[in-house]
Design a protein around this ligand. Structure first.
Ligand SMILES: NC(=O)c1ccc[n+]([C@@H]2O[C@H](COP(=O)([O-])OP(=O)(O)OC[C@H]3O[C@@H](n4cnc5c(N)ncnc54)[C@H](OP(=O)(O)O)[C@@H]3O)[C@@H](O)[C@H]2O)c1
Length: 241
């Protein structure tokens, strides 16, 4: 029988692919999830996975995801508080880019390059990732927050085609909207992991840092500004009612 492809994806950083020849059941899903076949980055145990904005909303889940797949996880962040969070999540190498030069650390400590990058910043950070990518490496582009407020910030002198060619690398875009049909299945799986304490989620509703929860339409505006301030930890959430 021709294998049927199913996609177990959602708003999750690293998505899954599985194949089946019979009706799917919970056990099978679990097995596939444990196998961690990743559709975009195809991470496998032992690979070096670099996650930018690792203490961010998407990033802190990506760290746990890659750790669960037994990868060596490198996370970038910008404060000591975020460093602490990443330590607790099991990040193997934390690079606080306000204190250390990301390119320098990668060149020195990861001579052969990193295998996979989960990238949400863009600009210089993306260039650094590309320059320090291993042969056959994959960069999953999830966002580009460094240019959201200033489109002119995107200017690269890098010869991207030559580097991609030389490294036989892949640049992959990830859009959550492309995997809508998988949301419910995946949501169930995540909820289970969350309830079992295997997945930690960090919510930042603004209260701790600004004194007030992000609330209503005005709260959404404050929340977006806060998200772009670089101070948030975990997923920034605004409550509508
Ligand atoms: N493709 C998709 O389907 C999808 C879905 C959801 C979100 N996204 C994108 O994924 C990214 C992550 O989303 P998120 O909600 O989890 O946000 P986030 O990562 O929590 O974003 C905020 C963090 O970005 C980091 N950052 C780095 N450079 C920055 C700069 N120049 N200006 C502001 N912040 C900077 C800061 O942390 P550090 O400085 O500590 O690194 C900041 O705390 C965003 O770009 C978002 O648009 C994509």
């Amino acid at each position: 029988m021709e294998p049927q492809r199913i996609y177990l994806n959602s708003d999750l950083p690293i998505s899954l692919r599985a194949y089946r020849t019979s009706p799917i059941n919970e056990q099978e899903i679990q097995k596939q999830v444990n196998e961690m076949l990743d559709m975009r980055a195809r991470i496998v145990a032992g690979e070096k996975v670099l996650i930018t904005s690792a203490a961010g909303g998407v990033g802190h889940i990506a760290v746990q995801w890659a750790k669960a797949a037994e990868c060596h996880v490198i996370g970038t962040c910008s404060s000591e508080e975020k460093e602490q969070v990443l330590k607790e999540l099991g990040c193997d190498r934390i690079i606080n880019y306000k204190q250390e030069d990301v390119a320098g650390v990668l060149a020195k400590e990861y001579e052969g390059g990193v295998d996979v990058v989960w990238e949400t910043i863009g600009g210089e950070m993306l260039e650094t990732c590309l320059a320090n990518l291993a042969q056959n490496g994959r960069i999953v582009i999830v966002g580009g927050i460094s240019s959201y407020k200033n489109a002119n910030a995107v200017s690269s002198k890098m010869d991207v085609p030559s580097i991609v060619l030389a490294k036989a690398a892949s640049l992959l875009g990830f859009r959550r909207g492309s995997y809508r049909e998988c949301f419910s299945t995946y949501f169930k799986h995540l909820t289970q992991h969350f309830q079992e304490g295997k997945l930690k989620t960090i919510i930042d509703n603004g209260e701790k840092s600004t004194g007030n929860e992000f609330f209503g339409m005005e709260g959404i505006i404050r929340g977006v500004e806060y998200l772009q301030s670089g101070k948030s930890i975990g997923k920034v959430v605004a409550r509508l009612h």
